[in-house]
Design a protein around this ligand. Structure first.
Ligand code: SAM
Length: 468
């Protein structure tokens, strides 16, 4: 879903109903490069849909973006000049209708077609209505199995069946093999599970799981993160008193491993270079039992308040927020003054495709190369503030060796005073070992893949600065 140069408005005024809202969001994501999450929130607020309709619009937006490759492949067989020669809003309408007919069986097929034709006529003309009617009824007649030509490569087949861009699938097949890549892409199409992190200053995981269960929520302790709770059927955890009163934070289970690997102790001085919205800063402060200091820095001034709000909600007074480019941090923070420095770097996000599906269509190999350069520079800054004997932790939510292992290896070549540190807390290593996901000869770098635990794809490396 690359941004096009000539954005056009959808004719026919304000969107009404779930499908029109979804269509307008998809249109804006494609034509203006808008973020699906932000765009959807704004559209839902403006349209004042009922809860079921808002849920349907949400499902249509995310599902259509997730399955875009497969949808376009199938529509390309039926619509002349697809997709370029078709009006962008008609494209969005056909795509979301295809998604609904193939993957959302709870809506009767005739209702999907009738509604799509109604929207096409209302916003276009009878001719567009006829096109939409013909395409959708043809699909209903012929069925929805994607039959691919036998001569396709494994990567081409996975790309079309699992709807991921070919360049990405080719890289992953080369590195992880066909089976793991297919599983990874399938995991990328799953709905993300909601999970929460327990604030140990307010209660234990057992207490909170049992309190939630008593309240009728279906939750489980995380198999990956010691502080994690996975929601099976629990509604929006962010709307509960557990959240409002600081018992829990909403965080992915993989993300929870980062503070566990950093493992700061009470009384330490800790720096989080790229901290907003504060998930890992607050987690580290919790693990430090609110003793010591966590300096939470981010480049964007408006994000400082987000970190502050989280720290206040959780009752963490040791989180000190600062704003500035992490590339200039060493001008503001004394050299070798921190026991632990975390660089949770900006990255291509290929591990969080489940949450932000447009990443698949917006990111390019050039983005990976330029992010890798920035990450190398950020790590260079971050290291200068680590005390001798202290820890430097580097993490990303992506699955690209250039942004992960290569950044760390290049750094270590230039910094013989650092070494990878494989001595991670047993709470992190045990679940990895027991599930067969701890690499042989583990050196202190871990690439978590989304299919391993159903959590985000994440990379974590822990390095130690040698004592002089
Ligand atoms: C992966 S997110 C951090 C998530 C955060 N650690 C958490 O767990 O909530 C990366 C953050 O880096 C920030 N960022 C990007 N470039 C930066 C820079 N040059 N200096 C400082 N922060 C930066 C972004 O604003 C973004 O909030």
């Amino acid at each position: 879903m690359r941004k096009m140069n000539t954005p056009k408005r959808i004719p026919g005024g304000k969107p009404q109903g779930a499908r029109e809202v979804a269509m307008s969001v998809l249109h804006n994501v494609e034509t203006r490069g808008a973020y699906s999450g932000l765009e959807l929130n704004q559209a839902l607020n403006a349209a004042e849909l009922s809860r079921p309709d808002a849920a349907l619009a949400t499902e249509l937006v995310y599902g259509t973006i997730q399955r875009l490759n497969t949808i376009d492949y199938e529509l390309g067989k039926r619509v002349k000049g697809w997709p370029r020669k078709v009006e962008p809003w008609v494209r969005s309408l056909l795509r979301l209708s295809y998604y609904q007919l193939r993957w959302l069986s709870r809506v009767p097929a005739h209702a999907v077609v009738d509604e799509a034709v109604r929207i096409a006529k209302k916003r276009g003309h009878a001719g567009i209505g006829g096109l939409v009617n013909g395409v959708l009824r043809g699909l209903l007649r012929d069925g929805f199995d994607t039959v691919l030509p036998a001569e396709l490569s494994a990567a081409e087949r996975i790309s079309l069946n699992q709807s991921h861009p070919l360049w990405l699938v080719e890289r992953w097949v080369e590195r992880f093999g066909e089976r793991a890549t297919e599983n990874m892409c399938a995991a990328g199409n799953e709905h993300p599970r909601a999970s929460a992190r327990v604030n140990p200053l307010r209660g234990t995981r057992e207490q909170i799981v049992s309190g939630m269960t008593d309240a009728g929520m279906e939750v489980l302790p995380s198999a990956l993160a010691e502080a994690g709770i996975v929601a099976i059927k629990a509604g929006n955890l962010g709307h509960t008193d557990w959240y409002r009163q600081g018992f829990i934070s909403i965080q992915d289970e993989s993300s929870m491993l980062v503070a566990a690997v950093a493992d700061p102790k009470p009384g330490m001085r800790v720096l989080d270079c790229c901290a907003a919205p504060g998930g890992k800063s607050t987690h580290m402060a919790e693990r430090m039992r609110n003793e010591g200091v966590v300096i939470a820095n981010d480049v964007h001034p408006h994000k400082e308040a987000l970190i502050r709000q989280q720290a206040d909600r959780l009752g963490l007074s040791i989180v000190e927020t600062t704003t500035g480019d992490a590339l200039g941090l060493s001008e503001r923070i004394a050299p070798e003054s921190c026991d632990v420095v975390l660089l949770d770097a900006p990255c291509s996000g290929l591990g969080v495709i489940r949450r932000k599906p447009e990443i698949k269509w917006n990111k390019t190999e050039d983005d990976i190369a330029s992010l890798a350069q920035l990450q190398g520079k950020l790590l260079e800054q971050a290291q200068s503030m680590v005390k001798p004997g202290g820890a430097l932790v580097y993490s990303t939510c992506t699955i690209a060796s250039e942004e992960n292992e290569d950044v760390v290896r290049a750094f270590l070549i230039n910094h013989p005073e650092y070494a990878l540190d494989p001595v991670w807390p047993e709470e992190v290593l045990a679940p990895l070992r027991e599930s067969g996901n701890l690499p042989d000869g583990f050196e202190g770098m871990l690439q978590l893949l989304p299919q391993m635990f159903g959590s985000d794809g994440f990379f974590i490396a822990r390095m130690r600065k040698k004592l002089r």
